[in-house]
Design a protein around this ligand. Structure first.
Ligand code: ADP
Length: 222
């Protein structure tokens, strides 16, 4: 399965990847995580992308396309992948199609998690991440005054600089302007699975699983 998890920042893409990895035994490739790792490592790429990320802007397509081209060639991605955070522009989607085409592969499904602007803003402004494992938590401002440690690995929890309210609003606008056109792009390819991302985490997971197994059955009977 070659899958894309698609949706605005805060739509719940990262939250859903865990169960998909377990079900399909394919790696999740989250471009935001790749970029943050580069920054932590202090690489030249990390330095290059810092400003764009902190302002809530998109990193240039050429850089992102190179990152994905390299990553898709790794052995673990040969049997499939879950892309989280890529593509984010029509140019990136076209480059991905061309890349896969050369390998005799294609995108099987695009899972679109649909969430209203107000819910996105609420979720992101209360979101805290573990510095070491990236686990995501939601805390009220009161709870956040005395932040606990990560329950998975004891790591320090922090608020991503791009989750500050003024940057969050801009990221959602960037999504609407540059990324939302991909809804039409993938609808035209009949690959879009439009899912209500405001249901509970478990309900969203169940809906994704149901649709992907229907797709697999359909593919098997053709
Ligand atoms: P979210 O989905 O919560 O906005 P990500 O962790 O996916 O956040 O991405 C964080 C930032 O990394 C983005 O705001 C952007 O600056 C950069 N980025 C990640 N993926 C891409 C991409 N495919 N194209 C351009 N920029 C990207």
């Amino acid at each position: 399965m070659n899958l894309i998890l698609f949706g605005a920042p805060g739509a719940g893409k990262g939250t859903q990847t865990g169960s998909l990895i377990e079900t399909y035994h394919i790696p999740a490739i989250a471009t935001g995580d790749i970029l943050r790792a580069q920054r932590r490592a202090g690489s030249a790429l990390g330095e290059q992308v810092k400003g764009y990320m902190d302002r809530g802007e998109l990193v240039p397509d050429t850089l992102m396309i190179d990152i994905i081209r390299t990553r898709l060639q790794e052995p673990d991605a040969r049997n499939g992948f879950i892309l989280d955070g890529f593509p984010r522009t029509v140019a990136q989607a076209e480059a991905l199609d061309a890349m896969l085409d050369q390998l005799g592969r294609r995108v099987d499904a695009v899972i679109y998690l649909r969430v209203s602007r107000q819910v996105l803003i609420d979720r992101l402004s209360h979101r805290y991440c573990c510095r070491t494992c990236g686990a995501v938590y939601t805390f009220t401002p009161q709870q956040a005054r005395d932040l606990p440690r990560c329950t998975t690995d004891g790591g320090e929890l922090y608020q991503r600089p791009d989750d500050r309210p003024e940057i969050v609003a801009h990221r959602i606008d960037v999504f609407l302007t540059h990324t939302a056109p991909l809804i039409d792009y993938y609808s035209a390819q009949h690959k879009l699975e439009n899912i209500d991302g405001q249901m509970s985490v478990d309900e969203v997971r169940a809906d994704i699983t149901r649709r992907l197994s229907a797709l697999r059955k359909g593919a098997g009977s053709r």
